[in-house]
Design a protein around this ligand. Structure first.
Ligand SMILES: NC(=O)c1ccc[n+]([C@@H]2O[C@H](COP(=O)([O-])OP(=O)(O)OC[C@H]3O[C@@H](n4cnc5c(N)ncnc54)[C@H](O)[C@@H]3O)[C@@H](O)[C@H]2O)c1
Ligand SMILES: O=c1ccn([C@@H]2O[C@H](COP(=O)(O)OP(=O)(O)O[C@H]3O[C@H](CO)[C@@H](O)[C@H](O)[C@H]3O)[C@@H](O)[C@H]2O)c(=O)[nH]1
Length: 481
């Protein structure tokens, strides 16, 4: 029986290994982590992450061929294939701070694997890492290797998106496996390929050299994020000219060379990957003497930051240029719908912007806890991407931010409402009831284009929707920078 061990029981390690266990009953899969609370949660009825369909998959195979454990060394030493899906945060200090990937967790994982291994191992990079990381990992694994163990490194980046992780894993567009072009390397690639071939058609399993696989992951995220920044840049021009970004995106996406996906204008992209991976790409370009290429990708992040501050500026300028002391309801805090994940969510920057202008904010999200929201509002940039028990302790709560468990409570007595996550339930709210209970004039700022602006205008709201023709009220307000 092939044994798999995965280091890192997070958003990638947990769901990916659960699906491998489900689809490969003949393989034993053990997911290990340095966080005891995470492992306990994986072994309980309350899984540590919210992901549609995940509970069902875990229930089917936990205790059969899927296990969660903190006994890291035992399971690593027994495994044939070791997936590493540990954190690869952005460095916050030292060389490359604010851009380069911090490989501390990866390095310590590799050193531990080298120390405890007694038999040949295939070590799989599941985390997103800088191109050429495998070379460094190989050096760590083979340094002082007097036990004659053969270590093969493979790059097998993960392309799942949160909120649709299980479907993405069941039916991936492709599985990518990079390995050394040596007989041992090819053998390792074939073994990993045979695991995925249990449910993925073979022509969708791409094999490449190590560096292509590592770089493809960074490139894919950069291309995806670039589409969002492109449509968001156009959304600003739509507002200035009376064009409608939804109509423009539809017309542009009808060109089969462009395609319709990933063209939704928004308050900005968030999530643990896009910004981090593009910063990493920028740093690699700079290190390789390619400043023009680095500058090109920097613009994707700049437009994303611009989109978030443009949203806050629009809100403040519409409300007589001040929100001091005003209650602003924030509907949605997660970085997208169907997840409780708040890593790099645009809601953090928007809320901080409003708090900076002395607003009182009242937040509702169906999946994010009050504790998480308070931590996010108090945390420094990039601190979130460390194992939970190593993150700085939560400083005092931001008292101007309250958290409600109902959209109607959050909006009661508010001057304005911001919609920052596209949860389906926000489309179905009783906006007449919300309007009745708000201060007048009542404003709605829709950062996800989930509401029908015309319907809400008929109720009496002043509505701002990203990239849509502006209300007369908004047109008359001073232009926003
Ligand atoms: N979240 C996504 O949607 C996604 C998708 C594709 C790729 N990735 C990449 O996958 C990697 C992991 O992302 P994530 O979202 O799962 O992060 P995460 O923070 O949810 O999980 C990482 C886990 O690794 C654990 N860990 C850290 N060091 C360890 C060690 N030495 N031994 C055992 N466990 C250790 C942490 O405690 C944590 O539970 C990152 O490189 C990320 O860029 C993430
Ligand atoms: O048209 C769009 C599509 C997405 N978004 C936003 O972009 C962010 C990222 O969304 P998405 O890509 O769906 O979620 P992630 O879980 O961040 O997944 C991305 O990042 C993962 C981590 O690397 C990759 O594995 C996935 O392929 C890649 O889609 C979210 O804030 C979305 O709201 C938009 O604003 N407009």
């Amino acid at each position: 029986m092939v044994k798999i061990c995965c280091l890192g029981a997070g958003y990638v390690g947990g769901p990916t290994m659960a699906v491998i266990a489900l689809k490969c009953p003949a393989i034993e899969v053990v997911v290990v982590d340095i966080s005891t609370t995470r492992i306990s949660a994986w072994n309980s009825d309350q899984l540590p992450i919210y992901e549609p369909g995940l509970d069902d998959v875990v229930k089917q195979c936990r205790g059969r061929n899927l296990f969660f454990s903190t006994d890291i060394e035992k399971h690593v030493s027994e495994a044939d294939i070791i997936f590493v899906s540990v954190n690869t945060p952005t460095k916050t200090r030292g060389l490359g701070a604010g851009k380069a990937a911090d490989l501390t967790y990866w390095e310590s994982a590799a050193r531990m694997i080298a120390d405890v291994s007694k038999s040949d191992k295939i070590v799989v990079e599941k985390s997103t890492v800088p191109v050429k990381t495998a070379e460094a990992i190989e050096k760590i694994l083979t340094h002082n290797n007097n036990k004659g163990i053969n270590f093969q490194i493979l790059s097998n980046p993960e392309f799942l998106a949160e909120g649709t992780a299980i479907q993405d894993l069941f039916k991936p567009d492709r599985v990518l496996i990079g390995g050394r072009e040596t007989p041992e390397g090819c053998k390792a690639v074939e073994l990993l390929k045979s695991v995925y071939a249990n449910w993925v058609p073979e022509d969708q399993i791409i094999t490449t050299n190590l560096w292509s696989a590592e770089l493809s992951k960074l490139a894919a995220n950069a291309f995806l994020a670039q589409r969002i920044s492109s449509v968001n840049a156009i959304s600003a021009l739509c507002e200035a000219t009376g064009a409608d970004v939804a109509e423009v995106a539809y017309s542009v996406g009808k060109d089969s060379r462009i395609g319709p996906k990933f063209l939704n204008a928004s308050v900005g992209f968030g999530g643990s990957c896009f910004q981090k991976d593009i910063l990493n790409l920028i740093y690699i370009c700079e290190c390789n003497g390619l400043p023009e290429v680095a500058d090109y990708w920097k613009q994707v992040i700049k437009i994303n930051d611009y989109q978030k501050s443009r949203f806050v500026n629009r809100l403040v300028s519409s409300m007589f240029n001040t929100v001091a002391g005003k209650k602003i309801a924030v509907l949605g805090f997660a970085f997208k719908k169907d997840t409780g994940d708040t890593r790099e969510t645009p809601a953090i920057d928007v809320c901080k912007g409003l708090l900076g202008d002395k607003a009182k904010i009242s937040i509702y999200d169906p999946q994010v806890t009050e504790d998480q929201i308070q931590r996010d509002l108090a945390m420094n940039k990039f601190d979130w991407d460390h194992p939970i028990h190593l993150q700085p302790m939560s400083p005092t709560a931001v008292k101007e931010a309250s958290v409600e468990w109902d959209a109607y409570e959050a909006t009661k007595g508010a001057h304005g409402v911001c919609i920052l996550t596209e949860w389906d339930e926000f489309k179905k709210l009783d906006y007449e009831k919300i309007y009745e209970n708000m201060q007048k004039p009542a404003f709605i700022f829709d950062g996800r284009n989930v509401v029908d602006p015309e319907k809400l205008r008929k109720i009496g709201f002043i509505v701002y929707s990203i990239g849509k023709p502006l209300d007369a009220w908004l047109k008359d307000m001073p232009a926003v920078a």
